[in-house]
Design a protein around this ligand. Structure first.
Ligand code: NDP
Length: 452
């Protein structure tokens, strides 16, 4: 049977674009791709990229303060949100155009429309046009989830944060994960008075306990009012803003309430149930290690599968899919030892097991250090860096590395290579330090701080 396409990709985000490009450019497949919104997906348009630019923008006040400590006479600095937002929008336009160019150069046909599945080999665009494809890849990503409660419609999500008309004076951020913690720091850095409500005992659940504590303490010292064990019961519009009535009995007024209480996969209305594609409890598409669904011609990658919701993971899954299905090279992305960084201030980089997870698994040694880094200590800031290695007593392999420090994201990327290669603590010890740096502490921790 002749198909219109060898591959039809639904979703032009990180995973879908990589899969489409590799299938077409490297393996000669005839590829169509449908995107209902802007090309580039969450990461480029309303996630990692604009977020990181906001992280940079929000870091300047601290840098100005440090500069004074180094003898610079700075004068008064003023941030203009509109100038920043205009430049941000232009940058996103540039990136979106680059994504489109990449797909065009690879020979992928782009359809700017929502696509749904008709059957195991057919998709229908919103305008009614239908295409057949030998394989269909679903890479529709996810969207912010806001729980139901009175006044929920008054809250915004990360989607809206990049388009605010003006910066609020007082903001409430709800949630304790990556997005909530990052935005709490961004807003705080930009001069907003920030409260963060998190229903649990400590933000960043799932990460190493000591590192979470270190991040939270630093955020609080920086002026963020973190309320753990607090959740919003209801929001009410008032003359002066939005009143948040919380489970801990507090009532406070804010100009902006942002919810970052997780994300949900975009599977609604795609027509998946009728086709026999299995969905998980939160609507995520269930796939095997080759990203294949229960319907052999339909595959899925990225956040819509709810495996690890990170851009580089979606990219690897998309690439592996294209190599497997069109390149004749069975490739499964290995989801073990994926490093990540939370772009809070201070930044938090992490790879492998937390101390808590590791000690449940086997006897371990913990190596750790906390110190005032040279640059900010000289400027008179009290900030502390924390580094921690979790080591298997039996194999001596480093099972986890956790770094809370300026540029921790950059450091953890490099540490992840060694850990991925199976480096032992002794391999770290044999590595000569680069001096004077913060990261040199990773190779100079001689004695365990505890065993467990
Ligand atoms: P997370 O899953 O990281 O955090 C969700 C937070 O919301 C948790 O603190 C959770 O609490 C809380 N929560 C969930 N449901 C409710 C509810 N009904 N009421 C109150 N609180 C609730 O999700 P995010 O939205 O922060 O981020 C989504 C994903 O995006 C992340 O998992 C990550 O993979 C990715 N991401 C990665 C980034 C990076 O690499 N730097 C940056 C941003 C996002 P509890 O802990 O109790 O469950």
């Amino acid at each position: 049977m002749a198909f219109d396409y060898d591959l039809f990709v639904i979703g032009g985000g990180s995973g879908g674009v990589r899969a489409a490009r590799i299938a077409a450019a490297d393996w000669g497949a005839k590829v169509g791709l449908a995107e209902e919104s802007r090309m580039g997906g969450t990461c480029v348009i309303r996630g990692c990229v604009p977020k990181k630019l906001m992280v940079f923008a929000s870091g300047f006040p601290a840098a100005f303060e440090d500069a004074r400590g180094y003898g610079w006479d700075m004068g008064e600095a003023r941030f203009d949100w509109t100038t920043f937002r205009t430049r941000l929008e232009a940058e996103l336009d540039r990136l979106e155009a680059a994504y489109r160019r990449t797909l065009k150069n690879a020979g992928v046909t782009v359809h700017d429309a929502r696509a749904t599945l008709v059957d195991a080999h057919r998709v229908r665009l919103a305008g009614g046009e239908e295409f057949s494809a030998k394989h269909i890849l679903i890479a529709t990503g996810g969207r912010p989830f806001v729980p139901e409660f009175r006044g929920a419609e008054l809250a915004v999500t990360s989607n809206e944060m990049f388009h605010l008309k003006q910066l609020p004076k007082r903001a409430l951020v709800v949630g304790g994960g990556y997005i909530a913690s990052e935005f709490a720091c961004i807003l705080n850095g930009l001069g907003v008075d920030v409260c963060q409500y998190y229903r649990g005992a400590q933000i960043l659940r799932g990460f190493d306990d000591e590192a979470r504590g270190h991040v939270a303490t630093a955020m609080q010292a920086d002026g963020i009012n973190i309320h753990c064990g607090a959740d919003v019961m209801r929001l009410e519009r008032t003359a002066g803003g939005i009143l948040a009535v919380a489970t801990d009995g507090t009532e406070r007024e804010f100009d902006l309430v942002m919810y970052a209480t997780g994300r949900r996969p975009n599977t609604d209305g795609l027509g998946l149930d009728a086709l026999g594609v299995d969905l998980g409890r939160q609507g995520q598409i269930v796939v095997d290690r080759f990203s294949q669904t229960a319907v052999p011609s339909i595959f899925a990658v990225g956040d819509v599968t709810g495996r690890i919701n990170l851009t580089p993971v979606a990219i690897r899954e998309g690439h592996a899919f294209a190599d497997t299905v069109f390149g004749g090279k069975s490739t499964a992305f290995d989801h073990e030892l994926v490093a990540s960084a939370v772009f809070t201030r201070p930044e938090f980089g992490s790879v492998g097991l937390s101390e808590e997870a590791a000690r449940d698994q086997e006897p371990i040694e913990v190596y750790g250090t906390a110190f005032r880094p040279m640059k900010t200590a000289f400027a008179g800031r009290p900030d502390r860096v924390m580094m921690k290695l979790i080591v298997s007593q039996a194999t001596r392999k480093v099972l986890g590395c956790h770094i809370v420090a300026p540029e921790a994201g950059e450091m953890i990327q490099l540490a992840a290579i060694a850990i991925r290669m199976g480096a032992t603590k002794e391999d770290f010890d044999r590595t000569c330090a680069v001096h004077p740096t913060m990261a040199e502490e990773l190779v100079t921790m001689r004695k365990p701080i505890r065993s467990a």
